[in-house]
Each structure stands twice: as structure tokens, then as C-alpha cells.
Design a protein around this ligand. Structure first.
Ligand code: AKG
Length: 279
């Protein structure tokens, strides 16, 4: 057996394109990650937008520790094998009664990556339930090729361009990915997934970490990745040099806003190498 998943769990992922729940974080670890997010919010003195929370691992130590957490990587190793790059992260947060939703989509459509050897660990930092808008998937949809998508730019869509699959998904096809805080799911880059608004009085916070094998190539702009495990024998990506120093929250937050902007615009503004202290 490679990694922490049983052969039944691996087969289930391969067949369904999704595997959950997987226990990864202790309550104290969940609190550390939530405190990290709250500190950014208090530093900004406003709720950050979804697009401002991409790539937190490049500037915040807690996010770096989350994406390199041994229990997360042990499970990912069972899916991808021993060589693992952490490519990107996002936070999908829905405050109580938030109308924000995520339209049905396949991640591979927009990422410019040339392979299916990519999996997302969606780590619940709060309860994620049917009531508060948990992620939903269409099991086995990763076996289809990439379907046509349209850009809807819907008002409350948490995806930047409101990317939506141009094929109807019925309620009967959907599975709710219900998770307790500290649990995660793994989903295949081609699976059809989305989520509804938060109809409850409780927040829903998910941290999505995207992992791939070093053989994957990306078209266009690239930010550094973490060589999370094993070796990179391909060299398609720049590697981050060690964890970020985020002791000074104001500097880390300022640097991060630049990082998040780079991620969205595809234009590099940062001089030097991530993972070294920078102003
Ligand atoms: O958080 C959600 O509801 C969906 C997340 C998502 O689209 C993703 O992680 O790829």
C-alpha cells in the first residue's frame, strides 16, 4: 500500500472521482488555521474576497503547514504516488446566510494543465453540511471528457467568471460531500462539482489544496509550487524555497495581496523567490 488509504478507498476514488470523509486535522489544528484566516481579515479590516485568498501558502506559515500536513499528504500519496507538487490553493468561505454559491464545473477546464494526475484536498475548517452549502459532486463524472462551459458572471457566484458547465445537472445526480471540521475530501480534477448558498446560521469554510505529479505541465503564468514529497524529475515548475516567514502579519498580508493579484492577472509583480523573507 502506498500512503494512508486502503485499496478499497483508492478504488472508490478511482471509480467515483471523490473520496470522503478522511480525518486529517485535530481540533487544535483546525483552530490554528481558522485563526490564521481571521488574522488576515482583521489586518485588512474587511472580509477578504475569494480571489484574495488564493495561494496563501506562499506568504503564511499556517497555510504552508496545512498543505504539507503529513496526514493530508499521506492520503494524496495513495492517489498520486510518491512524488507530489502542491500547485495552488483557494479558500471558499460562506458566512452564515451567505448567498454565495459555486456553479457546476470541472476544474480541468480552466487550469491550463495537461494531465488528469491532479487531485484536490478540500479541507473543512468548519462543519460542511447540506444546510450550510457543502460541496456537491456528480459521482463518476470524471470519467467523461471535459464538457463545454460558459462564463455566467453570476452575482453571487464564488468562481471569478461564474464558470458553469453547459450541460444540465439534476438534483438526483448530486452527492453532498458532508464533512466535520478537520475532515477532508479528495476530488479528481475532471469531476463535475459545485455548491449551493449557505442557508444556515453557521459559517462554512473550506480550504482547497491542489496537488499534482511533477510530470504535469502548465500553459501560461506560473507561481512557484511546493515540492511536498519525493522528487521532481521533470523541472516544469519553479519550487518555493522553504516555508514563508509570516511573523509580521501586516507585511505578510501586504505581500499576499500582491501574490493573489498575480494569480488572478497572470502578471508577476514579486521580485525574488517565495519562501525567503521579503517586504
Ligand atoms: O467550495 C466549494 O463549494 C467548491 C469548491 C471547488 O469548486 C473546488 O475546490 O474546486
Amino acid at each position: 500500500m502506498i500512503g494512508s488509504l486502503t485499496s478499497e478507498q483508492r478504488s472508490s476514488y478511482e471509480n467515483d472521482g471523490i473520496l470522503f470523509p478522511i480525518d486529517v486535522l485535530s481540533p487544535a489544528e483546525v483552530n490554528r488555521m481558522k485563526d490564521g484566516l481571521a488574522a488576515i481579515e482583521s489586518c485588512l479590516d474587511r472580509t477578504p474576497k475569494t480571489e484574495e485568498l488564493h495561494q496563501l501558502f506562499l506568504n503564511f506559515r499556517w497555510a504552508y503547514d496545512l498543505v504539507t500536513h503529513p496526514k493530508v499528504l499521506d492520503a494524496v500519496e495513495s492517489i498520486l504516488g510518491p512524488d507530489i507538487l502542491l500547485w495552488a490553493t483557494s479558500v471558499f468561505a460562506k458566512p452564515p446566510r451567505d448567498p454565495g454559491f459555486i456553479s457546476w464545473h470541472q476544474d480541468a477546464t480552466y487550469w491550463g494543465l495537461d494531465s488528469g494526475s491532479i487531485t484536490t484536498a478540500w479541507i473543512a475548517l468548519s462543519e460542511s453540511s447540506t444546510e450550510n452549502g457543502c460541496m456537491r459532486v456528480v459521482r463518476e463524472s470524471h470519467k467523461q471528457s471535459i464538457q463545454p462551459h460558459k462564463e455566467t458572471y453570476g452575482d453571487h457566484n464564488l468562481l471569478s467568471r461564474g464558470q458553469e458547465i453547459a450541460v444540465e445537472v439534476t438534483e438526483e445526480e448530486a452527492t453532498d460531500v458532508v464533512l466535520a471540521p478537520g475532515q477532508m475530501s479528495l476530488h479528481h480534477v475532471n469531476i463535475v462539482h459545485g455548491s449551493k448558498a449557505n442557508f444556515s446560521d453557521k459559517p462554512r469554510i473550506g480550504f482547497a489544496a491542489r496537488y499534482m505529479t511533477p510530470s504535469v505541465k502548465q500553459r501560461g503564468f506560473q507561481q512557484p509550487v511546493i515540492l511536498a514529497r519525493g522528487e521532481d524529475r521533470f523541472g516544469h515548475f519553479e519550487h518555493m524555497v522553504g516555508p514563508p516567514n509570516s511573523d509580521d502579519l501586516a507585511i505578510a498580508t501586504r505581500n499576499h495581496l500582491r501574490t493573489a493579484r498575480e494569480h488572478v492577472t497572470g502578471i508577476r509583480e514579486t521580485a525574488g523567490t517565495y519562501g525567503q523573507s521579503e517586504e
